[in-house]
Design a protein. Structure first.
Length: 173
């Protein structure tokens, strides 16, 4: 009865939100906007208490956060490059999603590079599950998805696709 109740609740939640997320065996990475000087750029937050994660790991701080042989280093570099290259064209959508005024908001993403963990995929892709916000829980906090305009989110994905494709990545939302 508990299992049936769980699936009924899941169905109701999906219908109310008109969306669902799918775990695709990739690496979960959170991208937020940070202000560096007078400009904004994307940064990674791995969700730890590490000061670099809290500040945001920008392109200029990758070497400070990840060792030379760390498996994420090259992929984080690629993904930050894609997002920063797209930033001028996706800025209107990011503003509408509240990411400029609230640096606790981030794009909850998962990236796959052919075979990231176990499952082999055809090609590289970035799956952006939605917009989340860091909320204080415990020593570092947790996150929850925030309400946002789905049409704005879809425009962001559409604008991001050509930039990602130029770097051999596909993007899904």
């Amino acid at each position: 009865k508990q299992l049936i109740s769980f699936f009924e609740q899941a169905k109701t939640a999906i219908n109310e939100r008109n969306c669902a997320s799918l775990k695709v065996d990739g690496v979960n990475v959170s991208f937020k906007l940070v202000k560096e000087g007078k400009n904004y750029e994307f940064a990674v937050d791995r969700g730890t208490k590490n000061d670099l994660d809290v500040q945001g790991v920008t392109l200029s701080r990758i070497n400070d956060r990840f060792s030379a042989n760390h498996g994420l280093k090259e992929r984080i570099f690629q993904l930050l490059t894609i997002l920063n290259e797209a930033l001028p064209s996706i800025s209107p959508e990011l503003k509408r999603l509240g990411m400029f005024e609230d640096q606790n908001r981030f794009l909850n993403t998962e990236f796959v590079s052919n075979t990231t963990n176990v499952i082999e995929h055809k090609g590289n892709f970035l799956a952006i599950h939605g917009v989340n916000k860091l909320v204080q829980r415990g020593s570092r906090g947790g996150s929850r998805e925030v309400k946002y305009d789905q049409r704005v989110f879809e425009r962001l994905i559409k604008k991001l696709k050509p930039v990602a494709e130029s770097h051999n990545f596909n993007v899904f939302g």
